[in-house]
Design a protein around this ligand. Structure first.
Ligand SMILES: [Zn+2]
Length: 116
């Protein structure tokens, strides 16, 4: 599963950030996942739960924020941002074309603490 290796990379990055911060424990990790990143958020959460045990993130929670994409209608030109894939223009029922956004997959935020 593709999500497992992504989550491994994210956890590694989080551990590096933790070391730099001088704290000992990761409390929360926030990821931003775009529509076109090819990642299934549910699979990512599952991978997180499996991989976090034994790491500094063992007690951490995962937040996944979806990143919207800009679509424009090929017929009337209406532009809108959507967080899920849409194919039909709500105005004229024309075909929507994806303009930009949605490929991001990044660690946006994390919360750390010291156990002592
Ligand atoms: Zn339209």
């Amino acid at each position: 599963m593709h999500e497992v290796s992504i989550m491994q990379d994210m956890l590694q990055l989080a551990e590096e950030n933790l070391r730099k911060s001088g704290c000992t424990e990761i409390r929360r990790i926030s990821l931003r996942v775009g529509l076109l990143s090819g990642v299934v958020p549910e699979a990512l959460s599952f991978a997180f739960d499996v991989l976090k045990s034994g790491t500094s993130a063992a007690n951490a929670t995962l937040e996944i924020e979806s990143s919207p994409s800009l679509f424009s209608c090929g017929a009337c030109g209406t532009e809108s941002w959507y967080e899920s894939l849409r194919f039909e223009c709500p105005e004229c029922h024309g075909i929507l074309i994806l303009q930009k956004g949605g490929t991001d997959l990044e660690l946006t935020q994390m919360e750390v603490s010291s156990t002592d």
